[in-house]
Design a protein around this ligand. Sequence first.
Ligand code: SF4
Length: 67
Amino acid sequence: MTRLRVVIDKPACCGYGLCAEICPDVYKLDANGIVYVDDPIVPEGLEDSAREGAEACPQSALAVEEI
Ligand code: SF4
């Protein structure tokens, strides 16, 4: 089974929040509105949503890679 890992380019994040709107179970926003994840490994069943959230980022600050 393919597992996914989220890679964040934090300096590129401008806090638009699209990722967290699309996939709130993976992408969270800190007090400054900047993205973070509790765990870079995407939980099973959230792969499509995590990919969608990453692809929606206008800053290309998120990548989802197979591990
Ligand atoms: S969509 Fe991109 S710029 Fe917006 S909060 Fe998420 S990572 Fe940051």
